[in-house]
Design a protein around this ligand. Structure first.
Ligand code: GLN
Length: 196
């Protein structure tokens, strides 16, 4: 399976390390021609405005939009913002997922934190249901989702922090920063599934 990681800005190296650990040799995506023949693309955490502007400059917005019509894309943190339809401010977005997000939704005190979340969908890759260590760094929240979006994870207060729409996946937290590779394996499964 061919998985790409968008390597414009942010913590793409950490995604690459996890992918290599689980037997995938990822393609670094910087230009439109790097997207051809991929089965899935990961958009890392970082600074969504910067990644969006660079993607525009490199002519990647339309090719990624088109790719996302059929193939799997996973956005973590800033990547989830880029996938959203609306971030309540003017910045380049892919507008692929029917979700709205609020950037930097956590106050200064709790700008970064780790919490164990119950994510039942991960049982698809590991039947042992155990809490998932979710790391939030100046993270967004998913404020609303349309009916076609499945909510995968919530904080204890009910806020939505992970969602899936077909083969599009958004997480407000950073699975690439933990030793738990279940989220990456879940994405590989999505990328390898037949289109619905
Ligand atoms: N705060 C960043 C943004 O709004 C996201 C932070 C991250 O990706 N860790 O783009």
């Amino acid at each position: 399976m061919k998985i790409g990681v968008l390597t414009l800005q942010g913590d793409f190296d950490e995604h690459i390390t996890v992918l290599e650990k689980i037997g995938v040799n990822p393609v670094k995506v910087r230009l439109p021609e790097h997207i051809h023949e991929l089965d899935g693309l990961i958009i890392p955490g970082g600074e969504s405005t910067t990644i969006g502007k660079l993607a525009q400059e490199y002519g990647l917005i339309q090719p990624i939009r088109q790719f996302g019509q059929e193939k799997a894309i996973w956005g973590t943190c800033a990547g989830a913002i880029l996938l959203s339809r609306d971030a309540n401010r003017s910045q380049p977005l892919l507008e692929l997922m029917d979700i709205t997000v609020e950037r930097n939704a956590f106050g200064r005190q709790s700008a970064s934190f780790e919490i164990h979340l119950d994510i039942p969908a991960l049982e698809e890759v590991d039947p042992k249901n155990r809490p998932y260590p979710a790391i939030f760094i100046r993270a967004p929240l998913i404020k609303s989702v349309e009916d076609n979006v499945e909510i995968l994870a919530r904080l204890p207060d009910g806020s939505i922090v992970a969602a899936r729409q077909g083969r599009l996946l958004a997480s407000a937290f950073h699975p690439e920063l933990t030793d738990d590779d279940r989220f990456h394996r879940y994405f590989l499964k999505l990328a390898g599934s037949q289109s619905e």
